[in-house]
Each structure stands twice: as structure tokens, then as C-alpha cells.
Ligand binder design. Structure first.
Ligand code: NAG
Ligand code: NAG
Ligand code: NAG
Length: 412
């Protein structure tokens, strides 16, 4: 019965890896949870989950220029505020290894999608190619390595524009607002720098834990893998082919720095998302962990990791590095071109936190110096606030969402 829930699918490009969390660890932890509703939330898909809580939800299919079929989820109005008619439209874009579920996992009153729907927004949630909901292509099957030949560049260059055009066409809104979390911000900068006309389709962008420069990352796992990023083979070796986290180098490294001998953190150590991002004990609602585990990791290509690793190493926001010979063929230059940040014009608001392992304050400051479209930069007033807290924290509403909503109201 819990099969679906227990298994976590993790996909690495060119090889389709199916990883299972150890049943033993899972059951040891799951037994302590008695609320069947929480167990149910862990295995429902985004659409069914939203409907379960009495909110309207629609599924939309969007085709990209290069043939990927993306599934979007829309909450057109709130449960209590069911007002129809024209509304301000917002697109929420999830982070790496995640999906649209990210915005609703924490239940109504806590999940950002619900909050925005209740205050009168028409809420659209994107799903990047390769995740649980966007595993289809006009001609490629998701088990082929050809399907997985993309990094976040393609998500920004193809997926976002396709979704934005679709949303604008469907709603008739002249412009939409955008909220991205982590990689959801990276893909936005990719889009607006490579296809500048999309700057005019978005009235304001809220960047939660923005990611462009990575020199100061503090995630031990990322720092451990980054030096090897140009060698896919080594990554495969490190991650193992059929296990999520074999007892190898990664577990050792992560074990020393992230995991302590306590049931709850051991549980977290089975999840790549927490290994990469760390967690903030105080803001993590442990009752909700099975739900987070049930929905993440939601799939991504190896190239997404590799591309981030290249950014970390080169310390520049460059397109994917295929190696100099192929670069010459693909880009016409031996070195991958830099994303042109001067082409970005959409007013942007950066929200960052001191203890964020991935989107560190120094890297965010550097981004805000390089982007002339930054209007505001806000630090979360909690020193322990970490990366995933932007979407999962118990107090996300007080710490971030209330400010974010105040800003958004000015762009309606
Ligand atoms: C944690 O989640 C449970 C289940 O949704 C909820 O009942 C509880 O109030 C949450 N705790 C906090 C501190 O928000
Ligand atoms: C970058 O974008 C700016 C503004 O659109 C433009 O003036 C400039 O020529 C671009 N630079 C490159 C290298 O394309
Ligand atoms: C955090 O949320 C809890 C539960 O919703 C609440 O009791 C508490 O006052 C909040 N703390 C802060 C600092 O806002």
C-alpha cells in the first residue's frame, strides 16, 4: 500500500536510476506517525492534494518548442475567497529536485499557493522538464538518455517561456508576476537574459533564495562533488547506479557533517534534497516530513547538477560547458558564453537568509550588484534560516510571505 510512498524516483541523465529508500529506515520512522491524513498527503499528486483540502485545481499541458510536455497546476481562486473574474496572475516556479507540490505540501494557511489564492491571485505552478509531472515528450521516452540531455539552461530557455506564454494566453492577463525558489530563480535569469522580450511579460519577480553565483556555498555535499563536475563518470561512480546513497564517499562525507546519530536526522540523510540543502531544526515541522519525503526528490537531470557545479568552479554565470571542442561546435567559441545580465529588465526583489547553505549572503550581494533590475534586497530576520525554509518553514509566512505579498500588491 505504501509502495508508491516508499519509493523515491531519482533520475540521472543517460542512465535511468531508480532509487529506493531503505524500507527499514522508512518504517522505523513512519511507525511513529499516526495521522493517516499525513500518510495520504505523502502519496497524493499535487492536483489531488489540493483538491483534498477543498481548493479548486486545474491541470494544464504545455508544449515546449523542443517537444517536452509540461504539466502545470493552477489554483484559480481560494476556498474562502472564491471570487471569479479577472485577477492578478502569478507563476510559481519550484527549485531543483522539486515540483509544484513544493508550494502546497505544508497545507492550507502555510503553503504559499494557498495563501496567494486566498488573497485573490490566480495561481499557476510550473513543473520543469524531467520532474514527476513533466516526464513526457512528443517523440522521446523518459527512459532514453536523449530525453535527459538538458540542464537548467533548457528549463529557462524553453520551459519558462512556454509556460508564461500559455498562462498569458489562457488568462488574458497582459503581464504576470513571478515567484521563483532557488533554481526557480536561476531559470528566470536564463530566460530574461537569453530572450529579453520576456522581460516585458513579467511585471515583478520575487526571488526566494536566488541562485546565480555559487562561490560561497556552504553545503558540504556540493563542495565535495563540485570539483568533479566535468566528469560525469565520477559523479555516477559517487552516486552509485541503483542506489540513492550507497555507502560510499558521499555518505561518508555527508555523515560527518550533516547526519548525527539521531533517528530524525538519519531519516533526512536518506533524502538527497536535505543532504544538499541542510535543514533548520527549529523551523522544520517534523510531523510533515513524510509529506516532504513523499514528494522529493522529484527528478532532475545530472546536467542540472553538473551545470551548477561548473558555475561554482568557474565563478561565472556561463552556459553549459561541453568541453572546448564541442563548445566550438555548439557556441562557436571554445568557452561557453556568459549569460548577459545587462539584458535583464524585470524588476526583481531578492529574499535571502544568513544561514542559507546554497544562496549565501555574499553571493546574493554580488548578484544584486550585477543586476541593474534589482529593486529590493531583503534578509530574513532569523539567523538560523536555511535554504529549504523559504518554502517549508513553520514561520515562512511571518518571515517572508507577508513581505513578499506587500510588494506584490504594488504590481497588481
Ligand atoms: C506541524 O504539522 C502538523 C500537521 O500538519 C500540524 O498539526 C502542526 O500544527 C504543525 N506544527 C507547527 C509548529 O506548525
Ligand atoms: C547585453 O545586453 C545589453 C542590453 O540589452 C546589450 O546592450 C548588450 O549589447 C548585450 N551584450 C552582449 C555581449 O550581447
Ligand atoms: C511561529 O509560528 C508559530 C506557530 O504558528 C507561532 O506560535 C509563533 O508565534 C511564530 N513565531 C514567530 C517568531 O513568528
Amino acid at each position: 500500500m505504501f509502495r508508491y510512498f516508499i519509493t523515491t524516483i531519482l533520475v540521472f541523465s543517460s542512465n535511468y536510476c531508480y532509487a529506493e529508500i531503505s524500507d527499514e529506515i522508512f518504517y522505523r520512522n513512519i511507525q511513529r506517525i499516526t495521522d493517516p491524513s499525513i500518510l495520504e498527503d505523502a502519496r497524493l499528486d499535487t492536483f489531488t492534494l489540493i483538491r483534498k483540502y477543498g481548493y479548486p485545481c486545474e491541470i494544464h499541458r504545455v508544449y515546449t518548442e523542443d517537444g517536452y510536455i509540461l504539466e502545470m497546476h493552477r489554483v484559480p481562486n481560494g476556498k474562502y475567497n472564491a471570487k471569479k473574474g479577472p485577477k492578478p496572475v502569478v507563476l510559481l516556479q519550484h527549485g531543483l529536485l522539486s515540483s509544484s507540490a513544493e508550494w502546497v505540501l505544508m497545507t492550507p494557511g502555510k503553503g504559499l499557493a494557498y495563501i496567494l489564492a486566498e488573497i485573490g491571485y490566480d495561481v499557476w505552478m510550473g513543473n520543469a522538464r524531467g520532474n514527476t509531472y513533466s516526464r513526457h515528450h512528443k517523440s522521446l521516452v523518459a527512459t532514453s538518455s536523449e530525453f535527459w540531455k538538458f540542464s537548467w539552461h533548457e528549463i529557462g530557455y524553453y520551459d519558462l517561456p512556454a509556460m508564461i506564454d500559455y498562462v498569458i494566453k489562457e488568462t488574458g492577463a497582459p503581464k504576470i508576476q513571478y515567484i521563483g525558489f532557488s533554481q526557480g530563480t536561476t531559470v528566470f535569469w536564463v530566460m530574461t537574459s537569453t530572450r529579453p522580450e520576456y522581460n516585458d511579460k513579467v511585471s515583478a519577480m520575487q526571488a526566494l533564495a536566488p541562485v546565480v553565483y555559487l562561490r560561497n556555498v556552504r553545503s558540504p555535499l556540493v563542495k565535495a562533488i563540485a570539483p568533479f563536475t566535468n566528469t560525469l563518470e565520477i559523479i555516477f561512480k559517487l552516486l552509485g547506479k541503483n542506489e540513492l546513497l550507497p555507502n560510499g564517499k558521499i555518505n561518508e562525507l555527508a555523515g560527518q557533517t550533516v547526519c548525527v546519530e539521531e533517528a530524525i536526522t538519519q531519516f533526512l540523510c536518506t533524502n538527497l534534497l536535505f543532504l544538499v540543502c541542510g535543514f533548520n531544526e527549529e523551523q522544520l515541522n517534523k510531523t510533515m516530513l513524510p509529506v516532504v519525503m513523499g514528494h522529493t526528490p522529484a527528478g532532475s537531470s545530472t546536467r542540472q547538477f553538473v551545470h551548477f557545479g561548473q558555475i561554482y568552479k568557474s565563478d561565472e554565470f556561463l552556459q553549459f560547458n561541453h568541453g572546448w571542442i564541442k563548445n566550438k561546435f555548439v557556441y562557436g567559441t571554445f568557452r561557453p558564453p556568459a549569460y548577459n545580465l545587462s539584458a535583464i529588465r524585470t524588476p526583481a526583489f531578492l529574499h535571502y537568509a544568513d544561514n542559507d547553505w546554497l544562496s549565501t549572503p555574499n553571493d546574493v550581494h554580488r548578484l544584486s550588484r550585477s543586476l541593474k533590475s534589482v529593486v529590493g534586497k531583503f534578509k530574513v530576520p532569523m539567523p538560523e534560516f536555511n535554504h529549504l525554509d523559504f518554502v517549508f518553514a513553520i514561520n515562512a509566512t511571518n518571515y517572508i510571505y507577508s513581505r513578499l505579498i506587500n510588494i506584490m500588491e504594488q504590481f497588481k
